[in-house]
Design a protein around this ligand. Structure first.
Ligand SMILES: [Zn+2]
Length: 244
């Protein structure tokens, strides 16, 4: 094993070692941040009470990781940045190992996230932090692009219940493209849901039907997109900032 890969797998090996008490205190702080986040948005609780979301996460543990070294470095680096983001390292299985954000300003990176993907991941998550900080500004921006928020009660409960919950979109989950077409990230399998196994279906509010394909006007505007981008305008803009 060469030294560079050793540093990647064991980031703590390259930094000043903490005492056990310091490590425990840093971990306790990260845990408190996650508890505070759930007090604000109730996301983890919502995942637990949604049968399909709970089943998809049955092997996932929503936890702060015991090694916060990478987060500490990032927090130093971003301490004076305009974003105001705060990083914590979550468990390798938290949210299926997907980076995400939590309120009010928390970026969660899974333990062992590859160094080479870090910069791009942070760029994406910082957009989600901005969406959290400025929901009104984003609502206006999205309105000019053809998106309006949709009340959950306007959608069929059957399809709402089958959606994969996403911490980055949980605070404003449904939007209609051109006031009519609502992307819904549905688990493929109702009986054996997997976190990464979703497809975006489009609820047509006018015709009251669920379509497999996006409306032509959407594809003409954004081109073909994968499910992670198409599931929600917040994701679309986080993955493709050029549309901002
Ligand atoms: Zn995202």
């Amino acid at each position: 094993m060469d030294p560079s890969s050793y540093a990647r797998v064991h980031p703590s090996a390259t930094t000043t070692a903490h005492t056990h008490a310091q490590t425990q205190s840093i971990l306790a702080k990260a845990q408190a941040i996650l508890i505070n986040a759930n007090n604000i948005d109730g996301y983890v609780t919502a995942c637990q009470v949604s049968p399909i979301n709970a089943a998809a996460r049955r092997l996932c543990e929503y936890i702060a990781w015991n090694d916060q070294t990478v987060a500490e470095k990032l927090n130093e680096r971003y301490a004076n940045s305009e974003s105001g983001a705060h990083f914590i390292i979550t468990g390798p299985s938290t949210e299926g190992g997907m980076p995400h954000t939590r309120p009010p300003n928390v970026i969660c990176l899974p333990a062992y996230w590859p160094q080479e993907r870090l910069q791009e991941t942070i760029r994406h998550e910082l957009i989600h932090i901005n969406q959290r900080k400025d929901p009104k500004g984003w609502k206006e921006r999205l309105a000019t692009n053809g998106w309006i928020p949709v009340d959950i009660g306007a959608l069929p409960p059957r399809w709402v219940a089958r959606c994969r919950l996403n911490p980055d979109t949980f605070h404003a989950p449904f939007w209609a493209w051109q006031g009519r077409h609502v992307p819904m990230p549905l688990f493929e399998r109702e009986d054996k849901p997997k976190l990464r196994d979703i497809s975006v279906r489009w609820w047509d509010m006018e015709e009251e039907r669920l379509n497999n394909q996006p409306p032509t006007s959407f594809t003409q505007t954004y081109g073909p997109l994968d499910a992670s981008s198409a599931e929600h305008p917040y994701e679309l803009h986080a993955y493709h900032p050029s549309h901002n």
